[in-house]
Design a binder for this molecule. Structure first.
Ligand SMILES: C[S@@+](CC[C@H](N)C(=O)[O-])C[C@H]1O[C@@H](n2cnc3c(N)ncnc32)[C@H](O)[C@@H]1O
Length: 251
């Protein structure tokens, strides 16, 4: 496996977390990516998110259908998704970008068996242009539960960077959380109850909890608009409560 050095200055990434109640078990997800213990906790509990399993399986199936041989992951984390992508696309090479050394350490161990099919790059998505991706021309890229950690202008910048980085016809898949519309809070509660997801009981408390975690999701409409402006055709493949899987194709 190749590891490229991260260009530019190191900056702390914001954390993120949610509380899930699954099978009577409550898991507190507070992830401060630069803390090795929090990174290890995320790595253990990530699979417990109710809609993550469904949406990741769809993401993998779409990637399989397009069969790209060179893939970029934006926010590779501990390599949980990358491992499945590399298993499902045996011909593919993958470049994974992340800013947190403890997450990249976990990814390095997890993905070691794929040898030189994997390149891990340390880079801050808030300065995406400075990230050195190497020579690969990516036929596909994806990002899972990462961009909601960035402020909106940085999210837009990442989409613009992807628009410049990905060639015509390249596929981009985005699985992330979106804003919970406050006036529709009770409608979301109905879905969370069915999913057995434990969330703050009111819209202001949810807003406070997101702010405390450093989460900054954007509305789905904004994300689609920014992708369109960056040169992508977009479609929503799956949405469940505040999580969506978006497909985008470079025009
Ligand atoms: C919830 S984890 C998701 C990891 C992986 N995509 C997955 O689904 O298993 C979010 C990741 O985003 C990364 N991240 C957050 N802010 C970042 C930034 N500004 N630059 C690069 N990576 C960032 C964190 O380090 C963390 O690894």
């Amino acid at each position: 496996m190749r590891t490229l050095k991260r260009p530019g200055r190191r900056q702390e990434a914001s954390g993120g977390g949610e509380t899930f109640a699954r099978s009577g078990r409550t898991l507190r997800r507070m992830s401060h990516w630069h803390d090795p213990r929090q990174a290890a906790t995320w790595d253990r509990v990530a699979a417990e998110s109710p809609s993550r399993g469904v949406q990741l399986e769809l993401l993998l199936a779409v990637l399989e259908r397009f069969a790209p041989t060179s893939v970029l992951e934006v926010g590779v984390g501990s390599g949980l998704v990358a491992e499945r992508v590399l298993e499902r696309l045996p011909e593919a090479r993958l470049v994974g970008v992340d800013d947190a050394a403890p997450m990249l350490d976990l990814a390095r161990t997890r993905l070691d068996r794929f040898g030189d099919r994997v390149t891990l790059v340390r880079g801050d998505l808030r300065r995406a242009e400075a990230i050195e991706l190497g020579p690969d021309a990516f036929a596909a890229a994806y990002s899972v539960q990462t961009l909601h950690h960035l402020p909106d202008p940085a999210k837009e910048d990442v989409f613009r960077w992807l628009g410049r980085t990905l060639p015509r016809d390249a596929l981009f898949l985005l699985r992330d959380k979106a804003t919970v519309v406050p006036s529709l809070f009770d409608a979301y509660v109905t879905v969370w109850e069915r999913l057995r997801v434990e969330m703050p009981p009111t819209a202001p408390e949810l807003a406070g909890s997101l702010a405390a975690k450093g989460d900054d999701p954007a509305s789905l409409a904004d994300q689609l608009g920014w992708l369109d402006a960056a040169g992508f055709d977009t479609g929503v493949l799956h949405a469940e409560a505040h999580y969506a899987l978006v497909a985008a194709r470079r025009r």
